[in-house]
Design a protein around this ligand. Sequence first.
Ligand code: ME8
Length: 683
Amino acid sequence: MDRFYVTTPIYYVNDVPHLGTAYTTIVADALARFHRLRGSQVRFLTGTDEHGEKIEQRAKELGVAPRAFVDGASQKFREAWPHLSCTPDDFIRTTEDRHVRVVQDLWRKCRDAGAIYAGTYRGLYCVGCEAYYTEKDLVEHEGAQVCPIHRTKPQVLEEPTYFFKLSAFQDRLLAFYEKYPSFVAPETRRNEVISFVKGGLQDLSVSRTSFSWGIPVPDDDPERRTGLGRSGSDKAEKHVMYVWFDALTNYLSARGEETSVLRTTFWPPDVHLVGKDILRFHTIYWPAFLMAAGFPDEQLPKKVFVHGWLTINGQKMSKSLRNVVEPLALARELGTDVVRFYLLREINFGQDGDFSHAQLIARYNAELADSLGNLLNRNLGLVTKLRADQPTLAATAKGPLEEKLEEAARTALAGAIAGFVEVAPHKAIEAIWGLIRAGNKYVDEAAPWAEAKKGENARVDTILATTLEALRWISVLVWPVMPSVSDRMRAQLGLPALATAQGTDALALTWTPDRPTAGLTVGQPIFPKIDADGQARIFAALGVTTAPEVPAEAPKAADKKPEKKGRAPIEPAKELAYEEFARVDLRIGTVLSCERVPKSDKLLKVQVDLGEEAPRQVVAGIGKTFAPEALVGKQVVVVANLAPAKLMGLESRGMILAVRGESDADLALLSPTVARAAGSRVS
Ligand code: ME8
């Protein structure tokens, strides 16, 4: 039987669960649910990282003993995740005995293999990152050299330490990345890691003596230490482990004791999900520790999937902004599943993404209320209206429309499976929504109300049964992302809630459009539309200001240039449903050649490569700003499905997007910030 072991980072308890940590946990939960749905044996692990200087400092600030502090703080994480429908199989704490034992055992194995030696560390340390830095890692900020993440000056450390011989693993790590190309994903992160390792690895300080809140280094007999090389008093120092040696081992210690079944079943991990901030720890240190302890390559974790960074309404997450997108408050206002859906849908997993309240409401209305909710309510309504008196609805009068919908269902199923397997939940959702869109289109085209008028009852039954079948499939497909929505849909469809069972693949769906009507209930719409008042209420409850918040770097009001007189306020355009926007085919084009249109000072005839067989000719009114030769080789954004038009007798097939300044002679072109293949979709 297949098994699947997925992990999140274990979160530092000096913070509370927030949108960033919720994001990784929700993705892990959706993956775990997908694999459970397929009947695999699944282990989903999360937990808390409770040792280290940062935590010790935080407890001190609060005036409590570290132990009492971590107990309370860890509990907040444990309690938060079920409120987001995240159901980990285990929650590990690094202060638990089961963990401490395994970490010390791993240390002994590394030490006995000669990979740990005693010495003195002289260098820089950022407590915020719990990471060592060299001068060249730092960045300039307000005249000082600071940590690139926390913008604080690192500590200068000089203390006796045990080193891990990371430098000795450089070649084996490179060979490992070569042999297992999928170990680091996405590809760009893999390249980043390889080039970092190729640049040379320094031995890593893996113990600290200047604080005590950590796992004691085992067998740390001062008399046995050699090479610590400082005064006799140092020999009495107690070494605790570097917090990352301790923390990374959680993935191993959660497997339990030698005798535990988990131990054999759930190793190696299938996917470690991590944010890009902790890429190196997971892709360099972690496999190196395991290698040192004697793990063969095939027993190392299979994949570290590195995701991007979330911003909030376009701004970096900060403590004050976090309150506004406190995940549990969002879930209370909008529903847990809506928050899960939005995060998984909106962000291309792996890339940076933005959490925007306005976009959340827009997606909710377009994709949940208008698409999924509409398909369900409309069809149950039609059954009640047209054929409630029938005990069963059977698809006996099938035609090409039914075939098309069945095909769309199969495509959605395959796409959803592929998306989850490749750790791309956004692709899985896109595939599922392909079926939802097809379902709505099908009902419009098949028009059961018109068939009913004609007395074509066999057609009416066929249409209703076919749509109900599509809804049944959808209720299964959405479960990993929206488990409660799936339950509610199924209750209205007269189907039992999904129960996962090991060895039973609930995604082995068969298309059987043949349904009893008993049990079908038109319930409350599961996604009532949110109108402007509703949005205002939600925003008020969450403390979201509708006006964009002033970014920290923005000039203060007094420094601002006075507004130009007579400048009209920006009129908000009429709201556009996402579905409508999605019909605009925006593509990246590369300008191959360009010339002026005779007798026009404004028009340019541009040949653009859109990744098609032949270049497209676009006639663009940008000639007052740009000389033709200046555009060759530039990448632009093209509306590719604009109906062809004739301008001064020349055919134009598309439109190049530009932003107007003061006049037609002051245009700016839109262009990707990094080169993209011609024809890439803009979305
Ligand atoms: O690093 N966007 O814990 P941590 C996306 N204890 N994800 C975010 C995010 C954001 N703005 N902010 C946080 C630690 N995350 C260590 C891990 S593992 C052996 C030890 C998520 O509490 C993301 O997954 O700082 C990131 O890697 C993690 O939270 C960091 O959590």
